[in-house]
Design a protein around this ligand. Sequence first.
Ligand code: 2DT
Length: 209
Amino acid sequence: MRGLFIVLEGCDRAGKTTQTQLLQKFLQARDRTCELAKFPDRTTSLGITINSYLQGSQALSDQAIHLLFSANRWELIDSLESKVKNGVNLIVDRYAYSGAAFTSAKGLDIDWCKSCDKGLLKPDLVLFLDTSNKTMSKREDFGAEVYENLEFQSKVREQFHLLKDDSWKIINASGTIEEVQAEIQTHVLTLLNQDSYAPIQRNLWCGNV
Ligand code: 2DT
């Protein structure tokens, strides 16, 4: 049986990293092979350029950085797909939804933003960790990277909500770490308990799916 392809999305400081790690432990405790991945993957040569942009040491146009984020997914998708097909449950911290939400929050056309990732692997489940502006402002200080300020993050949140589809579950991320993880586990268990899964497909944002 193939693995599941689960994506965690959300604004900065929503707790994605902590929650992906806890979810991995949860799956491993049930004897499931489980790996974590993260976008951007800053280890590739494209990822190194993305990292310099995020840290403010390299200027790029909004279009150019968007295409690099997308290319960073396309360069890794074969390896992620083969893992899933070989039974690895993959938990991915950010995916194409971050791509479209962050770039369209700068004012670029959302359909153009989505078109670059059209045909990527479609996740089985997208867990969107939703944080209100009030909660976001109470979390520890944003860091020094280019997008880390409250005003921009609240625009990003609005854009994320335009991207919801049938694979999405909205998680209230204002609760405690344990409460949020419990809600996540409920959705993942529903999938795990299925006897079989439809084949994973490269049909993200293709037609009605
Ligand atoms: P992390 O803090 O999670 O490393 O993200 N971003 C991310 C985009 O603008 N487009 C994308 O396609 C992706 C995956 C979100 C670094 C920042 O990069 C943004 C925050």
